[in-house]
Design a protein around this ligand. Structure first.
Ligand SMILES: Nc1nc2c(c(=O)[nH]1)N(C=O)[C@@H](CNc1ccc(C(=O)N[C@@H](CCC(=O)O)C(=O)O)cc1)CN2
Ligand SMILES: Nc1nc2c(ncn2[C@@H]2O[C@H](COP(=O)(O)OP(=O)(O)OP(=O)(O)O)[C@@H](O)[C@H]2O)c(=O)[nH]1
Length: 460
């Protein structure tokens, strides 16, 4: 690989564990000076004389002053995560010590690593392709079984091997076209075209499957935002508590939470649902449509993947619900109608909701119907069958390239249909290969790489 990156010959250092006090802090050093630098700070052994993948215990010293007692893990390039010489220093987890150790290393000639630079080097050294490298970030960010599983699948090259297969098919296709070119004077064309069409159908099938998987991938990676809408006293807080009861997700601070809405994250069947209790709808307006019109609720509704409309079964008419539905349908928003307080439902109100056969009946108070509601939420979120063994595309950049790839493939198909000369078809196929290369990183540029890896954390 011959991409030139400025500073990519440097030896880099960064804290790999979180900032702050801990039992142990791990500092990573990667680059051709790693062993030379550490040898100067670790006088008890000649590190270059030690075998790769061994650990060494001793004192880290700077000008005869002991900085810490540490464990060093040695990785000799290319047998390391980055493919370069790597030394990891496990020191005591004091921010002061860590800072001192890092400073001592930079004084010997290393520089601080940029976010994601270790993984970027792994990519540049051919240890991972770009799709795999990106899934490393996803793996770190994973917070459910499903997001861990897909990221791990992709990091281990699941997606990459699908792409490799696509690539081989395209190249085979290209070869067949070329064969046709060679023989175009003779009459071999017809026979070859059926084989070509079959191949293009296979390719298209695989690509469409990957494209379709993104709706699920997106859900797995980003979770699902659910706006809970309802009149005052409909039971929104009670429902939230009922849902949170068994399913509170382990999630730290969630970016983008606005202050005037309550946002709770729960894990249902491995998917993170961000439940937003909208504030706007609390304003007292008799007309439900007017209530929906409240700017803030509308905003939240539009930003949501699913709107959960909670209503008190005793206080709500079928007309109201119909009007509400109409609004959501016009906006093309997915919704669930949820009838609450069915434990106290009067006959008349039951009749009203029988006009709404798809409304889910619950009692937030007694927890009746909560499981059915959870099931309905999950189903709305992942609409369609889920093949958990197949690759799931979770990355918007990959999705985008796949859409373009699919378009180019359509160009090839149309070209074949229109009897376009083979050399023009070959151009479209090259375009297909280009989009594949964008995903795996065979085709890329420095700015794009910097952008992708800058989203990583420091030390990764
Ligand atoms: N201490 C530590 N833990 C870690 C990492 C790390 O870099 N350091 N990882 C990093 O994110 C992950 C593990 N990934 C790794 C991937 C490759 C190699 C490695 O040394 N590969 C060599 C040799 C393989 C072998 O001998 O079996 C190679 O690929 O040639 C190490 C860690 C998670 N845990
Ligand atoms: N019988 C019965 N009462 C319920 C049920 N769910 C909620 N309630 C009661 O309805 C009242 C309002 O419930 P909340 O959960 O505070 O309603 P809310 O929609 O959050 O109300 P606001 O915060 O005003 O918007 C409370 O007295 C609840 O105990 C239910 O399923 N059955």
């Amino acid at each position: 690989m011959s991409i030139h990156l400025s500073g990519w010959d440097d030896t880099i250092v960064a804290l790999a564990t979180p900032q702050g006090i801990g039992a142990i802090g791990v500092i990573r050093v990667s680059g051709k000076e790693s062993f030379h630098i550490l040898n100067q700070l670790f006088p008890s052994k000649d590190l270059t004389a030690q075998a790769s993948h061994t650990i060494q215990v001793g004192y880290l010293k700077e000008d005869d002053q002991v900085l810490d007692e540490v464990v060093l893990s040695l990785f000799k390039g290319p047998r390391s995560y980055t493919g370069e010489d790597v030394i990891e220093i496990s020191c005591h987890g004091s921010p002061f010590i860590q800072e001192q150790v890092i400073r001592a290393i930079t004084k010997k000639g290393a520089r601080l690593a940029k976010p994601g630079e270790f993984t970027q080097r792994a990519f540049l050294n051919g240890k991972l392709d770009l799709a795999q490298a990106e899934s490393v970030a996803d793996l770190i960010a994973s917070n459910t079984e499903a997001s861990r599983k897909t990221a791990l699948h992709n990091m281990r090259g699941g997606f990459s091997s699908d792409l490799k297969q696509l690539r081989e098919q395209l190249i085979r296709f290209s070869a067949m076209i070329e064969l046709e070119l060679d023989f175009s004077q003779e009459d071999v064309e017809f026979a070859d075209r059926t084989a070509l069409k079959q191949l293009i159908d296979e390719l298209d099938g695989s690509i469409q499957q990957l494209i379709r998987s993104f709706s699920l991938g997106n859900v797995i990676r980003n979770g699902v935002q659910v706006a809970i809408i309802g009149k005052p006293n409909a039971g929104k807080s009670t429902l939230l508590n009922a849902l949170l009861n068994e399913n509170r997700a382990i999630v730290s601070d969630i970016a983008g939470t606005t202050r005037d809405t309550i946002e709770e994250v729960i894990n249902i069947n491995g998917i993170l649902f961000r439940l937003v209790d909208t504030a706007g709808i609390r304003e007292h307006t008799a007309d439900i449509i007017e209530q929906i019109g409240v700017a803030k609720s509308l905003e939240k509704m539009n930003a949501s993947d699913i709107v959960l409309y909670l209503f008190d079964v005793n206080e709500t008419t079928a007309e109201e619900l119909k009007a509400f539905e109409q609004t959501l349908k016009e906006k093309n928003i997915q919704y669930l109608l949820v009838a609450n307080k069915t434990d106290t439902a009067k006959l008349g109100s039951i009749q009203a909701i029988t006009h709404m056969p798809y409304a889910i009946s619950i009692s937030a108070k007694t927890h009746t119907g909560i499981d059915v509601l959870k099931q309905a939420l999950t189903q709305k979120a992942i609409s369609g069958d889920v093949n958990t063994e197949a690759t799931i595309v979770t990355n918007a950049r990959h999705y985008d390239a796949l859409l373009k790839l699919s378009q180019s493939l359509t160009d090839v198909r149309n070209g074949m249909h229109d009897q376009v000369p083979g050399d023009l078809l070959a151009l479209d196929i090259r375009q297909c290969l280009h989009y594949l290369g964008l995903i795996t990183g065979e085709i890329t540029n420095e700015d794009q790489l910097d952008f992708i890896f800058s989203k990583f954390c420091i030390g990764k």
